[in-house]
Design a protein around this ligand. Structure first.
Ligand code: ADP
Length: 485
């Protein structure tokens, strides 16, 4: 079985969120169970190939783009670990400071950029005579490939026996463009219907993946159900409900080589479920770093994430005064929309010594927060899978989460299920419910025996890639069988 994983980001090359963690870890996990998986992503200006292995420049390929052709290449990095990473190169489109846009908005030519990405890969496969049994596409940036396989390239012998799996990592980002961009993609106007890629008069690139992929997946079983509802479907609930037989939820794994308090190179002292003593040093370092006073009886709560509506930042904002008046501290690390950055900065200004906010993207600090926090807050409005709550479990930072998506699938409420509980869960998107759950966590924190048993249970939960990779392998098998017919 040969699989090409196509994604707009993958660790260690380019990352803005969990998509990169998943697409970076999946090839290795698949290889461990005998599946050969290559990965393809755009060659962004921020990628320095020399850091990762030997670079082989690909030959120039003419890529159809609307009525013209644009030259590009697919370069290859062969890393020390034998992985093959393919980088789709076109400096005009990808040699920019950011992946998708600046703080002021998306790059205006994103439709062109990611159409080129998909079309270049199709042309490259066709010209080089490679064969993949499955092309595994992820999110809207690679969603045209399933449509190309079923339309423009359906009779091309290079793609006989090639099927596609499309994974939704976040339905909140759909790649919606005006209809005049349709000709760029090369897809015909016959597909510009509600059953095809039309979405209220516009072009919806994600829909191409949802409609044309052989099978669909999302990154948690709960999210797979939620996306079929009006509350979470962002207008695509109908399409997803129609394709429910083809839709599977597979929880993301996490990379415990990278996220393990016993071996973490970024934290003050190692610790484990058997010996938690190092966590105190991590906590002291975190408080120092964020300029907060230590008070051993008062837990430190952490929050890391993109500052977007999805992450429930407004609940934190609304609960800010309550948090500052409670026996706890709060540290926040995030980057994102200006309105949330401003609100959080204002909150930290009002409550110095109790709430501290760092605006930025800093992997080392993210590790320090997981290790130094006693509680971890994740009040997301929606959460396809979420990784930070899983890291928190392993780092002994008791998660307080909203019951949605992957949060519902990974955290068990310690009051509802005393012998299984690993955190505190609330349902409604409401600041009262949120602070109610934090209050329950504070109460548990005061009972040290109970606190330690919740922490230890969380730390020994296993969300490693092994099980997820097997679930993907089973889906690839189904896709390949469908494509062989
Ligand atoms: P999403 O993909 O929706 O952003 P996830 O929880 O699935 O959320 O994954 C987020 C990943 O990005 C985690 O690895 C998290 O540690 C990291 N991350 C998010 N924001 C920051 C930040 N400001 N600094 C460092 N790491 C961050």
């Amino acid at each position: 079985m040969k699989v090409l994983i196509v994604s707009s980001e993958a660790v260690p090359f380019a990352k803005t969120g969990g998509l990169a963690d998943v697409c970076g870890a999946l090839p290795g996990a698949l290889r461990r169970i005998g599946i050969e998986a290559d990965i393809a992503l755009p060659f962004y200006g921020s990628i320095d190939p020399a850091r990762f292995g030997t670079m082989h420049a690909g030959s120039s390929i003419p890529v159809p783009l609307g009525h013209r052709e644009e030259a590009g290449s697919v370069d290859e990095i062969v890393g020390g670990d034998g992985f093959r990473t393919f980088l789709v190169r076109n400096d005009r489109l990808f040699h920019r400071e950011f992946l998708y846009g600046t703080k002021d908005g998306d790059y205006v030519d994103n439709c062109e950029r990611f159409t080129f990405f998909c079309r270049a890969l199709m042309e490259w496969i066709r010209r080089t005579g490679r064969h993949y049994d499955v092309i595994h596409c992820n999110d809207w940036q690679s969603a045209l490939i399933p449509a190309y396989l079923k339309t423009l390239y359906s009779h091309d012998p290079a793609f006989h026996g090639t099927g596609s799996l499309f994974t939704i990592h976040n339905l909140g980002y759909q790649g919606i463009f005006w209809n005049h961009d349709l000709p760029l993609t090369g897809l015909g106007w016959d597909l510009f219907t509600p059953q095809g890629v039309e979405f209220y008069g516009k072009l919806n690139v994600l829909k191409a993946g949802l409609v044309f992929a052989d099978l669909l997946s999302t990154v948690s079983p709960t999210y797979a159900r939620e996306v079929q509802t009006g509350e979470y479907g962002y207008g695509l609930e109908g399409v997803l409900h129609e394709r429910r037989e083809a839709l599977v939820g597979i929880l993301n794994g996490v990379d415990y080589d990278e996220w393990n308090p016993a071996t973490d190179r970024f934290i003050a002292a190692p610790y484990s479920a058997d010996d938690l003593s190092g966590k105190l040093a991590c906590r002291a370092e975190l408080l120092r770093e964020f300029g907060l006073h230590d008070s051993p009886d008062e837990p430190v709560a952490g929050f890391i994430g993109r500052l977007s509506e999805q992450k429930g930042v407004d609940l934190i904002e609304r609960a800010g005064e309550w948090i500052a008046g409670s026996p706890m501290r709060l540290v926040v690390l995030g980057l994102g929309e200006r309105r949330y950055e401003d609100a959080l900065t204002e909150l930290a200004g009002r409550f110095p010594g109790r709430i501290s906010v760092r605006l930025g993207y800093d992997n080392r600090l993210a590790h320090m927060i997981e290790a130094g926090s006693d509680l971890y807050l994740m009040p997301s409005r929606y959460e396809p899978c979420g990784l930070n709550q899983i890291y928190s479990l392993r780092y002994g930072a008791i998660p307080v989460v909203r019951k949605t998506g992957g949060l519902a699938d990974t955290v068990v409420d310690a009051d509802a299920f005393p012998s299984d509980g690993t955190g505190f869960v609330f349902s409604g998107y409401d600041s009262g419910e949120f602070t109610g759950a934090v209050a329950r966590a504070l109460e548990a924190f005061r009972d040290t025996a109970r606190r330690d048993s919740i922490i230890r249970r969380g730390m020994t939960r296993d969300f490693s890639w092994d099980a997820s990779a097997r679930a993907y392998a089973a889906l690839y098998g189904r896709v390949a069988a469908m494509a062989a017919r």
